[in-house]
Design a protein. Sequence first.
Length: 263
Amino acid sequence: MTRLRMLAGMAMKASAALLLLLAVSTAGATAQAGESGPLDPKAVERLQRMSETLAKAHTLSLKAESLYDRVELSGVKIKRAVTQEIILQRPDSLYFRSSRDDGKVREGRYDGKALTIVPQGGSAYARIEAPGGVDAMLDLIQADYQVNVPVADLLYADLYGRVKDHLLSGVFLGPRTIDGEVLDHLSFETTGADWQLWLEQGDQPLPRRLVVTFVNAPGEPEYLTVIKDWKLDQDVDASQFKSEVPADWRRLDVPKLSPPAKQ
């Protein structure tokens, strides 16, 4: 589904503001499709139902706590942590706040025209022109800036439609009890990564846990997130999506990045 990458030097500092979309630097390693495995109809049905549930919501919000691997040049994997708050109003408004384990806090706003990211304390900002709505913005930052994070995939209007042609195998692993709650456990292999989902049972199978393993990236880094406080179709304050900044703030350059070489 998505990919990891570290940026270096000044480019990293500038791009870091953008990458704070969910406070994780990511980049792609396109997988080579292997032999297709079985697709369990129940796993596919639950994935499709999850996608439909999210797509039907005019507004949604969530909080997430994530651990992800940063792979050093030596090959050592360092676990990093980030907490995220996201508010989405379809089709063209998004707010997020992210707090990393190094103390850095960022807020971002998308108003249907541009994505603006501001570090805690202000005085500087990054902005990317991205007209066309949330889906178009996510496509743009993935294609031009190699930014993509698993939680962000849940914001697409039709997640299932985007991944169905890339599914190689899918398994319904059955109910699993976590923190006293029974969740449906699914496992998928795609042309981009291996990933697992834990979904609420019933007619609204909202994702509560997500693990993605980037099997084609150096070191096979992993991204694990716990999602809570889902709220669907509740009133939101439209002013939080506005991205005005003071005229004297410094605008950070956000360089475009070429796709990484295939492994």
